[in-house]
Design a protein around this ligand. Structure first.
Ligand SMILES: Cc1cc2nc3c(=O)[nH]c(=O)nc-3n(C[C@H](O)[C@H](O)[C@H](O)COP(=O)(O)OP(=O)(O)OC[C@H]3O[C@@H](n4cnc5c(N)ncnc54)[C@H](O)[C@@H]3O)c2cc1C
Length: 446
């Protein structure tokens, strides 16, 4: 693009991750000339770090049951999902249908998908431009007219009637995390691409957009405390997906959540505990049956406890519950309370699980088979749930709730789809990309 300092196109996409590349490729297939402006040296975003499981809840009612985000936005994900899957199956190798949490989906070869998207954009005369920033969304007469971009070779003015903001959230900015999520989130570790720092939010707000309102939720997971974070493989290897089969204890030795709900939900609540950490306890049976198995059919089975121990993370394998207490005390937890809570939990699971506080909806088994596998865990963030005010047609809204002509939002930049639960990040990205194109009239006709 260096040769042009002014260029016309049909659609500008800010951010070349799942949402951005999906929208770009699909619009290109409809004959649109698209320019994707990507801040990082390469496209792919968090999508390229992901396991590639494109999944969501099987119905809106089910999503509403598991998450208290905006039901109208839930509906967008559920309605567009079959179209997204059909399209993906036609473009890239997909695995068999699998159950993921309370939904269903298929694994795709995400790297091949991204390559295919770039090829589609370029075949239609468009560009995918890495290492480039949008400095301003140009507005004329209250509607999108283009964008100013800055790159190493200088500035380019792009002219277009349609612009999609798809920068993947705000999780990479510690100050924004502290403001949007929780004070303790400032030092929360990042389990995502390092570029999604709210840049898309700022650009859209400068163009008249608004934030969707408070939402402290985030998608993340429990990771072994202090584990290496050298990149995508560590993000997955140290994630404690199986925490739903264990018990979590805070510094006061108390349970603080229904661990069985899901690891991502426990990650949100762990952040709010003193020290923003917890002890994850599994007994031998839970470790054998779940601790070393693949979280989703098709994913790699890994002994995550052993890996964490080898990496020097706080934890251990203990022959008695009293030994767990001693270990807990040695790292600053109330060891006596940890013992009391574990004994009481086991009593409740055997005599009347409904007595457990907090309640335990599923996986309610006593943890009584020695040895016990204990690991200190803390939360890492993949994307913020707070974001831009967006309607069900994927249009950015202003502070009065009015759509801004030509300005669309997709993926993790969309605010308030999820709040406490989660029903897929890749699906959230691709479905809103589809919806934005539908609204803009830039989707293929067949
Ligand atoms: C380890 C891991 C495993 C995961 N596994 C799964 C899974 O199996 N299934 C699932 O559904 N989800 C999974 N996810 C989550 C999923 O990857 C994300 O939810 C999804 O990629 C979000 O899509 P997006 O397009 O909104 O953001 P991204 O895919 O992150 O793309 C955003 C892009 O915008 C770029 N960008 C940021 N700021 C700017 C700017 N100012 N200007 C230009 N470009 C900018 C970024 O560099 C990035 O390329 C996983 C995530 C991780 C980290």
């Amino acid at each position: 693009m260096a040769a042009h300092d002014r260029m016309q196109c049909d659609l500008i996409v800010i951010g070349g991750g799942m949402a951005g590349m999906t929208a770009a490729a699909r619009a290109a297939e409809a004959g649109a000339r698209v320019v994707v402006v990507e801040k990082a040296p390469a496209i792919g975003g968090s999508a390229l770090l992901s396991g590639g499981f494109v999944w969501t809840a099987t119905s809106r009612a089910q999503m509403d049951r598991h998450d208290d985000g905006d039901p109208a936005l839930h509906a967008v994900v559920v309605e567009e999902f079959p179209h997204v899957m059909e399209w993906l199956r036609g473009r890239v190798e997909t695995g068999p249908p699998v159950r993921v949490l309370y939904g269903r989906g298929q694994q795709i070869d995400i790297a091949a998908y991204m390559r295919g998207c770039v090829a589609s954009v370029e075949a239609a005369g468009g560009f995918v431009v890495p290492d480039t920033q949008v400095t301003e969304i140009i507005m004329r007469g209250g509607r999108v007219a283009g964008a100013l971009t800055a790159h190493a070779d200088g500035e380019t003015e792009l002219e277009a009637e349609h612009l999609l903001v798809a920068t993947g959230g705000a999780q990479a900015d510690p100050d924004l995390r502290a403001r949007m999520v929780h004070l303790a989130a400032r030092s929360m570790r990042l389990r995502s691409n390092p570029h999604s720092d709210g840049g898309g939010h700022r650009l859209a707000i400068a163009a008249g957009g608004a934030m969707a309102g408070p939402n402290a939720g985030f998608y993340g997971h429990l990771l072994a405390r202090g584990c290496p974070m050298r990149g995508d493989s560590d993000f997955v290897r140290f994630t404690q997906y199986h925490s739903i089969h264990g018990v979590l204890l805070n510094g006061s030795g108390k349970r603080f959540c229904d661990e069985s709900f899901d690891d991502h939900s426990s990650a949100q609540l762990t952040l709010r505990q003193p020290g923003a950490a917890a002890l994850l306890v599994l007994d031998a049976r839970a470790q054998r049956e779940f601790g070393v198995s693949a979280p989703v059919a098709g994913a790699e089975p890994i002994d995550r406890h052993r890996l964490a121990m080898e990496a020097g993370c706080p934890g251990g394998v203990f022959d008695t519950i009293e030994e767990i207490g001693a270990f807990a005390s040695s790292i600053g937890y109330d060891g006596a309370a940890c013992i009391a809570t574990l004994l009481e939990y086991n009593r409740h699971m055997k005599s009347g699980p409904e007595q457990a506080r907090p309640p335990r909806e599923s996986n309610g088994r006593a943890l009584e088979e020695a040895p016990w596998y204990v690991l200190e865990v803390d939360s890492a963030i993949t994307f913020t749930f707070g974001g831009l005010s967006t309607d069900t047609r994927a249009r950015a809204l202003d502070a009065f709730g009015e759509p801004i002509p030509g300005l669309y939002v997709a993926g993790a930049d969309v605010g308030n789809v999820y709040r406490k639960g989660y029903a897929g990040g890749l699906a959230l990205a691709a479905t809103f990309a589809f919806r934005a194109l539908r609204t803009a009239g830039l989707q293929p006709t067949c």
